[in-house]
Write a new protein. Structure first.
Length: 254
């Protein structure tokens, strides 16, 4: 299986890459910059390629899609990259631009621009249940900036995207994953979940022959399906969200 993993220079993305490479799969890595790509030196000799670009930038997200498409069609894509709030940008509306762009807009754009794989996996968070709300200001142009709310909303949107795709593309297995509060750079050293546990579900979904892994439209937590926020399952909400994502990015989903 050939798998592309966004945000694979550290944390859960790197752990998933190592797991899949150890199992003998082809893995295409991703780094935000050339400098970050240098941290992949130990994995690159075994990898099928490395895409470089900042997912906070629409232009660079387009470039990432072109790089991966040039390698070939992926069997699975793990949309792993995510941010809570970028340092120095988390007290202004521009900070939310980074949160929304990386956590929601980039997965949407890559899904629309890349050759369609057989499996799509989107990393969310249990905090998505705190993100329920209206769609008329998802880019925080009117509201007072709230980093925790912005993060929760972005993770709600990515669950809704995964569930929308499960019904839009019946030939694709589309899943959302809550890895838990994991001991990564984002989660911090006090997080209760180890990195191996945190990466296990998405790695399994990407390549497993288990019939359970072939059921589309599920929200997973530690290898078990769970009910997501009700709003994420609402078809009207999903449709309205996808229309808004198309408007914000200028990219239409096939």
């Amino acid at each position: 299986m050939r798998v592309f993993i966004t945000g694979s220079t550290d944390g859960l993305g790197r752990a998933a890459a190592r797991t899949l490479l150890r199992q003998g799969h082809e893995v295409v890595l991703h780094a935000r910059s050339g400098e970050r790509a240098s941290t992949l030196a130990d994995l690159v000799p075994r990898a099928a390629g490395v895409a470089v670009g900042d997912l906070a930038s629409r232009a660079q997200t387009w470039h990432i899609a072109r790089q991966v498409n040039a390698i070939g069609t992926m069997d699975a894509i793990i949309h792993n990259a995510g941010v809570y709030a970028r340092p120095g940008r988390d007290t202004t509306p521009e900070g939310h631009a980074g949160t929304l762009a990386v956590n929601t807009l980039a997965p949407y754009m890559l899904t629309a621009l890349m050759a369609r794989p057989r499996r799509l996996i989107y990393l969310s968070s249990g905090l998505h249940r705190q993100g329920e709300g209206p769609l008329d200001d998802i880019d925080w142009q009117e509201r007072r900036w709230d980093p925790s709310r912005a993060y929760a909303e972005s993770k709600l949107y990515v669950v809704a995207l995964a569930l929308f795709l499960a019904r839009r593309w019946p030939g694709v297995i589309s899943s959302a994953v809550d890895p838990g509060w994991v001991r990564t750079r984002m989660g911090g050293p006090g997080a209760p979940v180890g990195i191996d546990t945190g990466q296990r579900t998405q790695s399994w979904l990407a390549v497993s022959t288990d019939p359970e892994a072939h059921i589309s439209g599920r929200y997973w937590h530690h290898m078990k399906p769970e009910p997501p926020a009700a709003q994420a399952t609402d078809h009207a909400f999903q449709d309205a969200l996808l229309a808004r994502l198309r408007e914000l990015t200028g990219v239409a989903l096939p």
